[in-house]
Design a binder for this molecule. Sequence first.
Ligand SMILES: [Zn+2]
Length: 379
Amino acid sequence: MSAQSEHLGRSRRDFLRGAAGLALGSASLSASPFIRGAAAAAKRKIIVVTFGGGARDQETFSSSGQENIPHLIHDLAPRASFFTQVINQGILGHYVATASLATGVYETLNNFSAVPPEHPTVFEYFRKDLNRPASDAWVVAPSNGFNRIGESDARSFGNGLGARVVLPKHLLNAATSGSNSGFGHLLHDNYETPLYTPQLVGGEFELQQLEMILKLSVDDFKAHALTVSSPDELSVYIARRLMREQSPSLLWITMHDIDVAHAGAYSLYVDGIRRTDRLCLELWQAAQSEPEYAGNTTLFILPDFGRDADEDAGGNGFQHHRTGDAASRTTWMMALGAGVREGMVYDQPMQSIDLVPTLGTMMGFSPSLSQGKPVKELV
Ligand SMILES: [Zn+2]
């Protein structure tokens, strides 16, 4: 496992040095890139983009895959610190893995159940320690099953200090009063198992989110929804409205289009990768053009985990993530923007649960129950 993970990390590193011109980094060789000081901390914005279901290197960070991710390689990586060996040692289901990313603990909750994370979330640490209002932490989540991800049931925190969660599919269901004709492709929810179909809701609360928070009329929202081709495009649209209207300092967006791979159609999986590549650039550009974000935002991009390798007898290649092999557990992370060294690649191993402690050090809160540790190349 470890040798295979190292091999994956090194081949990503070598590919990025060649294709994107990144320099091999060593944290010990240069001063911290981190911007300190109270004024900078008060203005700092963090945007985290996770993919529910990553993609394999064959279709992304390799000579055969690079054509699918031109923006990640040529527009974003040269501005980023890229970590090529991010190990997920937890359960490889999307909700539980995303919850683990958000708590800094490998959660063990039932992946197919809309329950809150057991340990405090990054949103609760952030709001509690920095005394921030509810409007300052938002999650845009792809699946109806993610509606509890904003706040744990940890007793010392679980008292209204979480993030607000917006589920674009619920907004759409509310806006169309449940008659979803013409929007079916935007409402496809869970790709992993047809046995799990979380309830699609959407009512008065969602209509209030649209009008009061996103400042969108039902008609404008529906008209825009007719122009987008996937659930993730709808999520990014909502995220951009949130940035414009609420300017949260901690914004977490989870995308899910790539996971259509479970349906077994390779071309749809590749389409999902290409769309995700384009949407990541769109979010980065939004962070450059919105006055509240320009110059003080750090963007993190990371899949929750990978997919099975072709050669693993128990797996199904690109289609699933069932084996727990090195390919499915060894993913990557890109950080770019304020306080990040540009054009660097690091192949020292880190873990998925290291994200939250890293965000804590960057923003000045203490994720006391997280089991990860800050990534030293970023702090
Ligand atoms: Zn999946």
